[in-house]
Design a protein around this ligand. Structure first.
Ligand SMILES: Nc1ncnc2c1ncn2[C@@H]1O[C@H](COP(=O)(O)OP(=O)(O)O)[C@@H](O)[C@H]1O
Ligand SMILES: Nc1ccn([C@@H]2O[C@H](COP(=O)(O)OP(=O)(O)O)[C@@H](O)[C@H]2O)c(=O)n1
Length: 207
């Protein structure tokens, strides 16, 4: 992809959007931005005592690589700072510039197809049942040595989805022109193939 070509991938917690995004970026040779990491980095700073809006306005690349941001505690903090309109506003320009870079870009998050890149050439909305998502996230967390239970992870996932769907600014929802991929009964390879098919068809339309 030599011209800007934006692929927006949204969906609830642990639906598989990051896995699909990384694979799609590798397949089409474009850059990938996990926008959840921006909110996680701001959430982590809030837990250290930095006011969230200040953290968002001064975020650096190093903050995105600071330790393990993929913990349950930081996920919860991320969804709390993500409710604050000024936090979201501080992160918009960076995401939009990334989306239009030469060579194409894949961004995954909650509001990419609706707010950050409403003009994206491809929009996907990745879903799976809460139980399937919690199971996958549970396996991921215990593999890293976290002490938790599947019930606890399910409660966290449901609470975070509700906060993300119910907030006033840029709530989690599918864009009207998004293509849905339900990964509840799809393995990783099949989920990636489903996404690749949609993207390849859109690229062919454009050629
Ligand atoms: N289709 C799938 N089948 C089984 N496991 C999956 C699938 N997609 C993702 N996973 C696993 O589920 C976990 C969450 O996936 P991830 O892509 O990080 O989700 P998200 O980015 O939506 O939070 C990871 O451990 C990942 O390997
Ligand atoms: N574009 C985005 C990305 C994430 N977020 C917030 O950041 C939190 C963490 O996002 P994430 O994508 O890392 O979470 P997972 O889906 O990987 O569990 C979400 O629950 C949202 O509250 C957001 O509001 N907008």
């Amino acid at each position: 992809m030599s011209e800007p070509f934006t692929i927006a991938i949204d969906g609830p917690a642990a639906s598989g959007k990051g896995t699909i995004s990384r694979a799609v970026a590798a397949r089409f040779g474009c850059a990938h931005l996990d926008t959840g990491l921006l909110y996680r980095a701001v959430g982590a700073k809030m837990l250290e005592g930095v006011p969230p809006v200040e953290a968002a306005r001064t975020l650096t690349a190093a903050d995105l690589e600071a330790g393990d941001l993929r913990t349950a505690e930081i996920a919860d903090a991320a969804s709390k700072v993500a409710v604050i309109a000024d936090v979201r506003a501080a992160l918009v320009d960076f995401q939009r510039a990334f989306a239009r870079r030469a060579g194409g870009a894949v961004l995954d998050g909650r509001d990419i197809g609706t707010v950050i890149c409403p003009q994206a050439e491809v929009k996907l909305f990745v879903t799976a049942s809460p139980e399937v998502r919690a199971h996958r996230r549970y396996l991921e967390l215990i593999a890293k040595g976290a002490r938790t239970t599947e019930d606890e992870v399910l409660a966290d996932v449901i609470a975070r989805d509700e906060r993300d769907r119910d907030r006033a600014t840029a709530p989690l929802r599918a864009a009207e022109d998004a293509v849905f991929i339900d990964t509840s009964h799809l393995g990783i390879e099949d989920a990636v193939e489903a996404a690749v098919e949609v993207i390849a068809a859109k690229r062919a339309e454009r050629a």
